[in-house]
Design a protein. Structure first.
Length: 108
């Protein structure tokens, strides 16, 4: 992702899953604005109401952070997040976009 943020000459928009999950309507509005797509409140409301959809998979009980993320994998993810954060700050795409990752205790 750092390549696209630093080398792509066009505009960029960073969409962060946690922000999308926590505030779907606002993030969808921001994305539509970036894409220059007209979207009305009714459409945003519909997206938020049907956010889970009919095909959402149930998480198995064994799928915990400790099982899925080894220390090595967590270090790889953490480094990737730091790299993206630096590029985002350099290109003034919003300095706080990924700060939630930097302070998230599970990645450290």
């Amino acid at each position: 992702m750092t390549y696209w943020l630093s080398e792509f000459p066009g505009p960029s928009h960073v969409l962060v899953y946690e922000r999308l999950h926590n505030n779907l309507r606002w993030e969808m509005f921001r994305l539509a604005r970036f894409l220059q797509v007209a979207v009305d409140l009714r459409t945003l409301w519909c997206v938020a109401v049907d956010r889970e959809g009919a095909y959402h998979r149930r998480r198995e009980p064994w799928m915990t952070h400790d099982v899925l993320f080894t220390d090595k994998l967590s270090a790889v993810v953490r480094q990737a997040v730091y790299n993206v954060t630096d590029v985002v700050k350099q290109h003034h795409l919003g300095s706080d976009v990924l700060e939630s990752y930097q302070t998230y205790n599970q990645w450290t």
